[in-house]
Design a protein around this ligand. Structure first.
Ligand code: FAD
Length: 393
């Protein structure tokens, strides 16, 4: 029998997309979110969504709305920490060929749009602490002692998912720390002359440092500074002022990096230790009537800008297959069959890029610059597009 009622845990990008898809298919769905206020979901820095995400969102008739809240990317440029251009990808022709854009946007704008679309399906202040399943359904348990019963349970509760740990009966591996920290923020920096719109800049430096930035709108620029352990350890132990740590770490980098940091408020900076889960050690994403999506299933490092993109693809595919039937078991088996290979390749690819970014010494970095100059504009671009567009919803 096709499903009638679904419970989704987590009102992040993956959970909301899944719920919107199920709702559009006529399924009675509730999204349970542990945070108490919707405003607590509207946080975070900037974000890239690539073409594949808009192809997926078209299935839910959300592609145009989402692209409108962001700023379209027309070039993706790689540079060294001396300002030397290593490669430049023309994105606009790819957008025309694929029929979908690549867009930089505020994470909070995407969350707000998805929250509004999910409407009264979202229940705030509901922390899932576990579940029990039987042949007829799943009973979800919450921290306040309440329960809910559904035909299927979707764990979209992020990297440290409660649904995942119940599914693994306490025998889950910890996420793998990638060896670097991303410090992300949005800076108030008007002026096309400092940071022009339309280009996603990706600077690779010595000492395991990188700096990514992109204009979001006329006023704001988002950035991610990726540092080796040392900078975040220095922050943890001795320093309170994150902006001072960033300015010191990047003081000899070319413009506009120092200007961007100078234009950022200290409170706006959020350091996040980057982690993933190696796909080779990963058991099935679900069992019985319970399944995982997004970071709960397959957290990946940020290097391909695809973590949220893959959470969105998960939600679109899973909701479509569950609505199609014939039953929960068939839908969940098809979901993993369709998604697993593609997502595993993304997790591995993103991890490999991160390893390249960790190179530290001047000689190794010079060799890496030469390698990037030789292959990033051609083979690396082709390979990335092949990986990104290799799907069939
Ligand atoms: C620095 C950085 C930059 C990134 N840049 C990009 C990018 O440019 N493009 C891109 O596509 N991806 C990017 N990502 C990846 C992206 O942020 C994640 O992959 C994505 O947010 C995962 O979404 P999710 O819905 O699976 O999980 P989450 O966003 O983690 O959402 C999980 C939700 O579940 C809730 N929750 C948790 N536990 C419970 C519980 N027990 N009960 C109820 N609710 C619960 C949480 O409060 C949260 O709201 C980046 C990540 C980082 C760290």
């Amino acid at each position: 029998m096709p499903i009638q009622k679904a419970a989704v845990i987590g009102a992040g990008i993956g959970g909301l997309t899944t719920a919107i898809g199920l709702r559009q298919a006529g399924v009675d769905v509730r999204v349970y979110e542990r945070r108490t206020e919707p405003s607590r979901l509207l946080t975070g820095g900037g974000f890239m969504l690539w073409h594949n995400v808009f192809v997926a969102l078209r299935k839910l008739a959300l592609d145009e709305q989402v692209s409108k809240v962001g700023s379209e990317i027309v070039f993706h440029e790689f540079r060294s920490d001396r300002g030397r251009r290593l490669a430049r990808w023309a994105i606009a022709p790819e957008s025309r060929r694929i029929g979908a854009p690549a867009v930089a946007l505020r994470r909070s704008d995407l969350n707000a749009l998805l929250l509004e679309e999910a409407g009264d399906a979202v229940v705030m202040g509901a922390q899932c602490v576990g579940f029990e399943q039987d042949a007829d359904g799943v009973t979800v348990r919450f921290a306040d002692g309440s329960t809910d019963r559904a035909d299927v349970l979707v764990g979209a509760d992020g990297m440290r998912s409660a649904v995942r740990s119940t599914l693994r009966r306490g025998h889950d591996m910890a996420p793998r720390y990638a060896g670097y920290t991303a410090w992300q923020a949005i800076a108030e920096l008007p002026g096309e002359d400092v940071v022009p719109s339309g280009t996603f800049f990706n600077l690779w430096g010595r000492g395991g440092l990188r700096f990514l930035y992109c204009r979001l709108n006329e006023q704001e620029v988002y950035w991610d500074a990726i540092t080796s352990d040392r900078a975040s350890a220095a922050f943890d132990m001795f320093r309170k002022d994150k902006r001072a740590v960033m300015c010191e770490t990047y003081d000899d980098w070319p413009g506009p990096v120092p200007q961007i940091l100078a234009a950022t408020r200290d409170e706006a900076i959020l350091p996040i230790d980057i982690a993933d889960r190696p796909p080779d050690r990963e058991p099935a994403w679900g069992h019985g009537r319970v399944v995982l999506v997004g970071d709960a299933a397959h957290p990946m490092t940020l290097n391909l800008s695809q973590g949220a993109g893959q959470a969105i693809e998960d939600g679109v595919v899973l909701s479509g297959l569950l609505a199609e039937g014939p039953d929960v078991g068939a839908g969940l088996a098809a979901y993993e069959r369709v998604r697993r290979e593609r997502v595993d390749a993304m997790v591995r690819g993103a991890y490999r890029i991160g390893e390249l970014g960790k190179l530290s010494g001047p000689l190794a970095c010079r060799a890496r610059d030469a390698f990037m100059w030789a292959v990033f504009g051609t083979f690396a671009k082709k390979g990335t597009y092949r990986l990104m567009m290799n799907f069939d919803h």
